[in-house]
Design a binder for this molecule. Structure first.
Ligand code: UD1
Length: 363
């Protein structure tokens, strides 16, 4: 059973790592790994392959950045001959990035089965490029693996037959649990002179937040207050760095001594930073899940989430981008109010094994 596994952008790497390991231990599966090259920097890509011990990609499409149409089209053009040449039984895609929809679309039109890992998540916000990628990928997938109950409801509502859909848990959490002990050995806290539970972690990269200087400025209003209370570590995504320079907001940030920018962190350093933070502020999807498992309060700087279970049972609060609301939620979190620290069902480190077992039986 030949499966082409696709990765492209940073959040894909932690999802594919446990799947490649699960396939390696099943002689019936012949996995190939294709990197589209959507993310290409050492700190956005190569470092993750080394730290997560992901096999070197069999093929790198080297596509790089571009507008949505250009990036998606370039990936499709480069991926089609790879599918033709390798004649796989299935193409497996993860998450919701442009590489996910581009490769699924190529596969389905060539009559190759599409497997989507992390299917069914919905923010119900169609201005997010990821929401379009999720809807379209799920509509053409043959097997859909879900992380939480809400995803099953969404797929049922969209008319996806139940027999294609499986609740298996969360491969991203497999990776977190597999690497927690090695992350503890990271010296990042000492390097940044941070004390356990005495700092915040911030990440921002959503186009809706960072490409819009008015919204970004409002977020900085809130962060300005918080950094007087608690140092904020801020690993900066390339998109965000670009926007800080172009909007001039970088200057304003430099005037905040408690806000500490840094380059994008590797997986292990970042996991250590998250695990020991007092609080996390983010617009990422995956970090909402990671803080849930780590039982660290998380404020999500968006109006919605496609991962509602993290707010229902976990430590996540959806607080939007209004400074008053962010500060109110920050104070509540610091007072330890209104927190739940539950763990969603099946987020136990065994999701990739479940997926591999179902694939061997079904394909
Ligand atoms: C992509 C995903 C998003 C995911 C995020 C994680 C889509 C639509 N979006 O957004 O869902 O959460 O990755 O990072 O697929 N860049 C570099 N070096 C790199 C990669 C990117 O400098 O290694 C720059 C690009 O040149 C571009 C910007 O970062 O200017 C954005 O990259 P892009 O891949 O288009 O989207 P992301 O914002 O990273």
């Amino acid at each position: 059973m030949k499966i082409i596994n696709v990765v492209g952008a940073r959040p894909n790497f932690m999802k594919i790592a446990p799947l490649m390991a699960a396939f390696a231990s099943r002689p019936k599966v012949e996995p190939l790994l294709v990197h589209t090259g959507q993310h290409f920097d050492e700190r956005m890509s190569d470092l993750f392959f080394r730290q997560l011990r992901i096999p070197k990609p069999d093929i790198n499409l080297g596509v790089g950045s571009g507008s949505h149409a250009v990036q998606t089209a370039e990936i499709m053009k480069a991926f089609e001959p790879v599918v033709a040449e390798n004649a796989p039984d299935a193409v497996l895609v993860v998450g919701d990035v442009n590489s996910t929809i581009a490769c699924s679309l190529v596969a389905v039109k060539m009559g190759v089965k599409v497997i989507h890992v992390e299917a069914g998540l919905r923010s119900f916000d169609r201005t997010m490029p990821e929401e379009i990628n999720r809807l379209l990928t799920d509509a053409i997938s043959d097997l859909l693996f879900c992380t939480e109950e809400s995803a099953l409801d969404n797929l049922r509502r969209e008319g996806v037959p139940d027999e294609k859909v499986f609740l298996v848990g969360n491969v991203m959490i497999d990776t977190l649990l597999n690497n927690k002990a090695s992350a503890e050995r990271s010296s990042i806290l000492e390097e940044l002179h941070l004390a356990d539970c005495r700092y915040a972690v911030l990440t921002l990269h959503r186009p809706a937040n960072v490409d819009n200087p008015l919204i970004f400025a409002r977020l900085l209003d809130a962060l300005e207050v918080i950094q007087r209370d608690l140092p904020i570590v801020f690993p900066i995504h390339p998109r965000t760095r670009k926007s800080l320079v172009e909007s001039g907001l970088g200057k304003r940030m430099e005037a905040m001594p408690g806000l500490r920018p840094m380059d994008p962190a590797g997986y292990l350093d970042f996991l250590k930073l998250l695990a020991h933070a007092r609080i996390v502020l983010t617009d990422s999807g995956g970090i909402q899940e990671e803080t849930t498992i780590l039982k660290v309060p998380c404020l999500t700087l968006r109006e919605n989430t496609e991962r509602p279970v993290t707010a229902q049972v976990g430590s996540n609060r959806i607080v939007g981008t209004d400074p008053g609301r962010i500060l109110g939620a920050y104070r509540e979190a610091m007072d330890g109010k209104g927190r739940a620290y539950g763990i969603p069902p099946l987020w136990d480190g065994n999701a990739a094994g479940r997926i591999a077992a179902i694939l061997v039986e079904r394909l």
